[in-house]
Design a binder for this molecule. Structure first.
Ligand SMILES: [Mg+2]
Length: 354
């Protein structure tokens, strides 16, 4: 079964949110951690990582490694808000996506006309609107996409087939692959299997003897970068849009804005009638050569108000400034109710009790 999946992962998310709130800290080693005796580092900026500081490390140890690091207490509300804005931008561009944690998601790219260009635009837009950098991995399944997004962080953009992933990570430790934890890693080590190439070439019967009839073959599949491309949408999307295809392509900016106004009025009325609202306003423009462009902006409050929608949509259209006659124009509003927000976005701020 083939598919095309992207994994989007925000870079040093909590630290990046703090840096966007306090630009004077740019370039300094910043760690986000609580202050209790059991506090752990939730994120370290890339400057702090140079000192060997990483996520889940006890904060006390991080401070020993880099005494000059600026330690900031986690602000979950701020992270949730930025996370939500990012996910809404994704929702405005991609129909099917699955949020994994506060700062990552799988995106179903199957059927997209130019998936790489779409991901470049998405990342640029996330940065423009939230100042968060994201790394993207694209592959035939979730496994390849996830490993690819991690391969060149920060600001990574890595596209791999399963075969390319097998080659590129042949000598990587087996623990590179999500799904092979410390315990399995250790047991594989006892069989003298330390790299992914070794695991892929391992004798299946020995693996079955050691790990059982299910996990044995599953380990070889992981090392082969075989996996599922399924992306499960777990939220109720609010997405309402209106668009017009013109009988004759339009070159006049005034005419285009006039049509946008008409569509926005219709859209606002439909949203109000159904008592729905969203925070991301997007426009869609198709040129006479069939290039299709979407632009979106996420605002701070939910809206279904005509004046707000048309103001943002017009600004987006002017900013884009179509360079060719336009065949189609559309406007939409997107938002959603996260289904599992509370469970998913719980922040690991402390070491688990011993
Ligand atoms: Mg991340």
């Amino acid at each position: 079964m083939t598919g095309l999946v992207a994994h989007l992962d925000l870079d040093a998310f909590f630290a990046s949110v703090e840096l966007s709130r306090r630009p004077e800290l740019k370039g300094m080693p910043v760690i986000v951690a609580g202050s209790g005796p059991r506090a752990v580092v939730t994120t370290a900026s890339y400057e702090a990582r140079l000192f060997g500081i990483g996520s889940a490390m006890p904060a006390a140890r991080a401070k020993r490694l880099c005494p000059e690091a600026v330690v900031i207490a986690p602000n979950s509300a701020a992270y949730r808000e930025v996370s939500r804005a990012v996910m809404e931008i994704i929702a405005a561009h991609i129909d099917r996506f699955e949020q994994l944690g506060i700062d990552e998601a799988f995106l179903d790219l199957e059927g997209l006309h130019s998936p790489k260009a779409a991901m470049r635009r998405l990342v640029a837009e996330i940065y423009e609107q939230t100042s968060m950098r994201a790394s993207i991995g694209i592959g035939p399944n979730r496994l390849v996409a996830k490993v690819a997004s991690d391969a060149e962080k920060p600001n990574g953009f890595v596209v791999l087939t399963a075969e390319q992933a097998r080659k590129r990570f042949a000598d990587a430790p087996v623990s590179l692959v999500p799904g092979i934890g410390p315990r399995t890693n250790e047991r594989l080590g006892e069989m003298a299997i330390t790299t992914l190439a070794q695991l892929r070439a391992a004798d299946e019967r020995s693996l079955i003897e050691r790990f059982g009839a299910r996990q044995g073959p599953a380990l070889i599949a992981l090392a082969s970068f075989d996996g599922s491309a399924e992306v499960v949408t777990d939220r109720e999307a609010v997405s309402e849009s209106r668009e017009t295809t013109f009988d004759q392509d339009i070159s006049s900016g005034d005419e285009l804005e006039g049509e946008l106004k008409r569509l926005a009025a219709e859209l606002a009325e439909a949203l109000q009638r159904n008592n729905r609202s969203g925070r991301t306003i997007r426009i869609k423009v198709r040129l006479d050569d069939w290039t299709t462009v979407t632009r979106a902006k996420t605002i701070s409050a939910l809206t279904n108000d005509y004046a707000t929608i048309i103001e943002v949509a017009t600004a987006l259209l002017r900013e884009y400034g179509p360079q060719r006659p336009v065949r189609l124009v559309g406007v939409g509003v997107t938002g959603f109710t996260p289904a599992r927000e509370r469970d998913q976005l719980e922040l690991p701020l402390e070491l688990p009790a011993a």
